[in-house]
Design a protein around this ligand. Structure first.
Ligand SMILES: [Zn+2]
Length: 350
């Protein structure tokens, strides 16, 4: 993870122990045992070396599942956080999971456009993306592929174990020990060169693969819960090893077809659209119109576009291969820069 832009680990770890303020803004540190990320100068108890992840930016720490520390407030730039913002940042810190609509912001005398710009400038994400990442991180924690849920709970220590159970209960509505009774969607993070993705699996196959900062992610999570009558639980799943391997091969340009079981709950029309997407060959593109014609429904261009946007399994169901009629890139849930990257990658390895 961006090791190129960071000093070496030993230097950063000793800066952390020494609370060296010259490293402010150079790196942020994620503490695996608490799921929280800090500035180098944080006054909280310092973690062991094996329990830290270093990040060049707050954005990356958030994307990798960490929440900002309540002691050192890494979201507040030293001497730069304007007075008008301090109140709301404090409010978010106290409440944990929060939603602020534009009207809520105006009630606090904050201009929504101004706070969006400030976050974008200082943290590389908009205010709403920040809140969304915070909510997703609170629900799923920093759990990465390869960690068992029970280990991560023990890993957190006794005090946080109760915190873990509590936040789990809050998110899922039932306690971890009872989770056997209900259908479960196991969820993990898969790391890619385009940032971490949230992956979900059920017995039948992979049911979710999406970039963690995607705007639709919460909606997709809600829909899946409803469709499958299931709850999300962070942990390991037999389908994840294969997924991890194949995604890695894809980004190395060594894999052109995926061979994974998928679970695609949706309307008949959506399922047809998603299957048709899988027929677009690696390295090539089609327009929505061509897709509609392929589905023998040439007038359904808009409906095809909509179902395309509702795809829950990015990359594997290659909705990035659909472009505008004029050859221009059109919307992509994960962001245009990602779409361009994927198309370039495929073109290069065709
Ligand atoms: Zn801290």
């Amino acid at each position: 993870m961006n090791a190129m832009t960071l000093p070496d680990t030993n230097t950063m770890y000793s800066a952390l122990l020494n609370k060296d303020s010259s490293f402010e803004g150079i790196f942020f540190v994620g503490v695996k045992t608490t799921g929280v990320f800090c500035r180098p100068t944080c006054t909280a108890k310092k973690p062991k070396k094996e329990n830290v992840d270093f990040f060049p930016t707050t954005k990356e720490a958030l994307q990798y599942g960490y929440r900002p520390c309540k002691v050192c407030h890494p979201l507040q730039n030293n001497g730069e956080t304007p007075v008008w913002l301090k109140g709301i940042i404090k409010e978010i810190g106290q409440n944990g999971v929060v939603k602020f609509k534009d009207a809520d912001l105006r009630e606090r005398n904050i201009d929504p456009a101004r706070i969006r710009r400030w976050f974008k400038k200082h943290h590389g994400i908009t205010f709403q993306s920040y809140l969304r990442l915070l909510r997703v991180n609170t629900a799923f924690g920093r759990i990465k592929h390869g960690e068992k849920v029970i280990e991560s709970a023990y890993d957190l220590g006794y005090e946080s174990l109760s915190g873990f159970t509590e936040s789990f209960k809050k998110t899922t509505g039932f306690s971890p020990s009872k989770s056997k009774d209900k259908k479960i969607i196991t969820v993990t993070r898969i790391l890619t060169p385009l940032g971490p993705m949230l992956a979900g699996a059920v017995e039948e196959g992979i049911c979710l693969l999406e970039f963690v900062d995607r705007r639709m992610i919460e909606k997709q999570i809600k829909r899946l819960k409803k469709y499958l009558n299931a709850e999300f639980v962070p942990g390991q799943h037999k389908h994840f090893d294969k997924l991890d391997k194949q995604i890695k091969e894809y980004f190395e340009g060594k894999r052109k077809k995926f061979d994974l079981p998928l679970s695609l709950p949706g309307t008949d029309f959506q399922v047809k659209v998603w299957k048709e997407l899988q027929r677009i060959p690696y390295g090539s593109t089609r327009s929505y119109q061509q897709q509609a014609i392929a589905l023998k429904n040439p007038k359904a261009i808009r409906a095809v576009a909509k179902a395309n946007g509702d795809n829950r399994i990015a990359i594997i169901i290659p909705c990035h291969r659909v472009i505008g009629k004029d050859g221009k890139l059109v919307g992509y849930g994960g962001g245009m820069w990602r779409k361009q990257y994927l198309l370039n990658l495929e073109k290069k390895n065709i």
